[in-house]
Ligand binder design. Structure first.
Ligand code: CO
Length: 167
């Protein structure tokens, strides 16, 4: 059974590997991601967050629906930036402000392996970039200008990580 992996689990710091096989197993995995994301009221999720080191992310469309992006890439980022408060299912209770490009163009494969392109802006662009970061082992706490909630909790987690690294 899969579950949401929480910081400081080391898988969250690893780069995801490309998906090469498109079939039922991939479709099932994506369904599982959707279930876990909605169970925790998330708006997006990346495969490393369920302990799977594959280049897959999903974005919620509301009412239990979501869209899967396989082997996603950002092909264009606007110079224009916007700042939003972000959170993460792998860092419960912690929020912070992150500045990111307002508009992006993306390329990805769908569940059938077909290459697709899309332009994203607003909240969708923010979620996509946040999940894209997960595939590179980057977390929003690496990019935040200011933690808005959960600073004490984050420090506790970081201390826990440092203890682990020492032992
Ligand atoms: Co996240």
């Amino acid at each position: 059974m899969f579950k949401i992996v929480k910081y400081p689990d080391p898988i969250l710091r690893k780069k995801a590997l490309p998906v090469k096989e498109f079939g039922q197993q991939l479709a099932d995995l994506v369904q599982e991601m959707g279930k876990l994301m909605y169970a925790d009221d998330g708006v997006g999720l990346a495969a490393p967050q369920i302990g799977v080191r594959s280049s897959i992310l999903i974005i919620g469309l509301g009412q239990g629906k979501f869209k899967a992006y396989i082997n996603p890439e950002i092909t264009f980022s606007s110079k224009d930036q916007a700042t939003m408060e972000e959170g993460c299912l792998s860092l419960p209770g912690i929020f912070g402000y992150v500045s990111r490009p307002k508009k992006i163009h993306i390329k990805y494969q769908d569940l059938a392996g077909k290459v697709q392109k899309e332009k994203l802006k607003g909240f969708d662009a923010v979620i996509f970039q946040h999940e894209m970061d997960h595939l590179q082992g980057i977390l929003f706490i690496d990019r935040t200008d200011k933690i808005s909630k959960g600073q004490a909790e984050l420090e506790k987690l970081k201390a826990k990580l440092n203890d682990k690294l020492k032992n």
